[in-house]
Design a protein around this ligand. Structure first.
Ligand SMILES: [Zn+2]
Length: 291
């Protein structure tokens, strides 16, 4: 039995291998529909493109996941534990050979939140390509706080990899944005010959902390805007009787009420200015400015 579906398309000319993934979260249907729509008509010019529908069971049930978050399952200890038969761990085992054979990865996601902003998740080796994605925000340094994503697995091999969060899953514009991301990506990897529309003025945000509730349930103090800029001493929420503030950084992401312990309650990021970005980008030797 398999929990993934693969469609491979090969160009007439040699080139790189790119993997494109949808359905890591099964309820993010907008990008599953995008794959259904574009794959039949897309022609690959160079190299090979593998389209992978992940977590078919979660897609079928319209759930984010069945047993655990697939986007935290690409962890060596989980995968090597033969007794671990959780559906998403088995699914990660199925996906890994395709990641290991690919040069580049684009993993498409969308958000449950109607006011969510589109953004890229990647590490500095992928900044050159990320700069051509149709969104204003590039976020990085996730792997330290939220290991186990598909990008995490590729980053361990220092490959170019990114997650693209296209916006609200109930908005058809998110699908169009993801389509533009996908086409731009394939153009920059050289898999298709087509011009791209550049989106300038990117902000770069470094993830600096993740708050997990260790002792009690967590409740947010109010609704926060996506990527809300915090004023000093903003109360983010309470864990039992304890008031919780940001310890560093000033941009708040994904605040969620949590009943169970040791859950991801929120993340904090800081904006990296141009000067500091130059130091980071020295590692960025691929896709300098695109092509
Ligand atoms: Zn997702």
């Amino acid at each position: 039995m398999t929990n993934i579906r693969i469609i491979e398309k090969v160009g007439n000319n040699p080139g790189k291998t790119t993997i494109m993934i949808t359905g890591v979260h099964g309820n993010e249907k907008v990008n599953v529909k995008l794959f259904d729509r574009i794959i039949p008509e897309l022609r690959i010019d160079n190299g090979r493109v593998v389209f992978l529908y992940a977590n078919l069971e979660a897609i079928e049930q319209n759930k984010r996941f069945i047993d655990i978050n697939l986007n935290r399952a690409f962890i060596r200890e989980l995968l090597d534990d033969e007794d671990n038969k959780l559906l998403e761990v088995q699914t990660a085992r199925e996906i890994i050979p395709y990641l290991d054979n690919a040069d580049y990865l684009l993993d498409l996601h969308s958000s449950n939140s109607p006011d969510s902003k589109p953004f890229v998740i990647c590490e500095p080796q992928s900044f050159g390509l990320a700069k051509s994605m149709p969104c204003g925000l590039i976020t990085f340094n996730w792997d330290e706080f939220e290991p186990g994503s598909t990008e995490y697995w590729m980053n361990l091999q220092n490959k170019v990899a990114m997650g693209f969060e296209g916006g609200y899953l109930g908005d058809s514009a998110s699908g169009l944005r993801a389509e533009e991301a996908l086409m731009n990506f394939l153009s920059l990897t050289g898999n298709i010959n087509c011009a791209i529309r550049r989106v300038p003025n990117k902000k770069f945000l470094r993830i600096v902390s993740l708050y997990k509730n260790k002792e009690s349930s967590f409740g947010k103090s109010r609704e926060f805007a996506d990527f809300e800029k915090l004023k000093e001493k903003t109360l983010i929420g309470t864990e039992g009787n304890k008031k919780v503030y940001a310890d560093k950084g000033n941009i708040l992401l994904f605040v969620r009420d949590r009943e169970e312990l040791d859950q991801e309650c929120f993340l904090i990021a800081e904006e990296i200015d141009k000067e500091n970005l130059l130091n980071i980008k020295e590692q960025d030797n691929l896709f300098k400015g695109g092509k």
